[in-house]
Design a binder for this molecule. Structure first.
Ligand code: GAR
Length: 221
């Protein structure tokens, strides 16, 4: 079966990107990484992608007068490479509504909290300030609202008494590296789909009876 052509958008380190590239090397993985795009020319993740032989592109937001112009330039790159699904892996730009509308149902993001808790920046500090016992990460379809959209998969990690934001972020990041490849697999092979709930809201349904567990990683796994 033909693999889905996937792009990864990054702004920095690219460790989630590396986890996706690694997962996509498996013969039975339903997606291939066709392109890595960064809005930051110096993003360390770009060097990792190049070393892995993945095509890269830089679309700087600095050269564009407004958000939508930037979004359209990114989209042109994606189309040029035949991209069918876009993943956001530490991509730290807010889109105009144009981009999530253009890629609706084909745009997924990883966020380092159990959404809908703790959106935006300084996420781990928000979790520590709230005194939660569990935090984690979420992979979700992207809609025009920030850090919102139908949830595909989540992983939980414990918050420990001596955690600071850095220690908690490292524990969450390790879970991200496991969760994102699983979630992308569910989307790429067509098992995770957006459905409209009776109240009109959108949810993700996972088709195969055994697979929903793939979308939940527990701290004791
Ligand atoms: C990850 O923790 C990712 O969840 C987060 O940025 C980090 C990127 O690390 N993304 C967001 O906060 C987006 N709202 P990475 O570059 O090593 O993958």
């Amino acid at each position: 079966m033909a693999k889905l052509k996937v792009a990864i958008l990054i702004s920095g380190r690219g460790s989630n990107m590396a986890a996706l590239i690694e997962a996509a090397k498996a013969a039975d993985y339903p997606a291939e990484i066709a392109l890595v795009v960064s809005n930051v020319a110096e993003a360390p993740g770009l060097a990792i992608a190049r070393k892995e032989g993945v095509p890269t592109a830089v679309v700087s937001h600095r050269d564009r007068p407004d958000r939508e112009t930037f979004d359209r330039a990114v989209s042109v790159e994606l189309e040029r490479h035949g991209v069918e699904l876009v993943t956001l892996a530490g991509f730290m730009r807010i889109f105009s509504p144009w981009f999530p509308t253009r890629w609706a149902g084909r745009l997924i993001n990883i966020h380092p909290s159990l959404l809908p808790c703790f959106k935006g920046l300084h996420v781990q500090q928000q979790a520590l300030d709230a005194g939660v016992r569990l935090s984690g990460c979420t992979v979700h379809f992207v809609i025009p609202d920030l850090d919102a959209g139908p949830i595909i998969a989540q992983a939980a990690v414990p918050v420990l008494p001596d955690d600071d934001a850095e220690r908690l972020a490292a524990r969450v990041l390790a879970a991200e590296h496991r969760l994102f490849p699983l979630a992308l697999r569910l989307v790429a092979d067509g098992r995770a789909r957006i459905v409209v709930a009776p109240d009109g809201s959108e949810r993700v349904a996972i088709a195969d009876a055994a697979a929903p567990l793939d979308a939940i990683l527990n701290p004791l796994d």
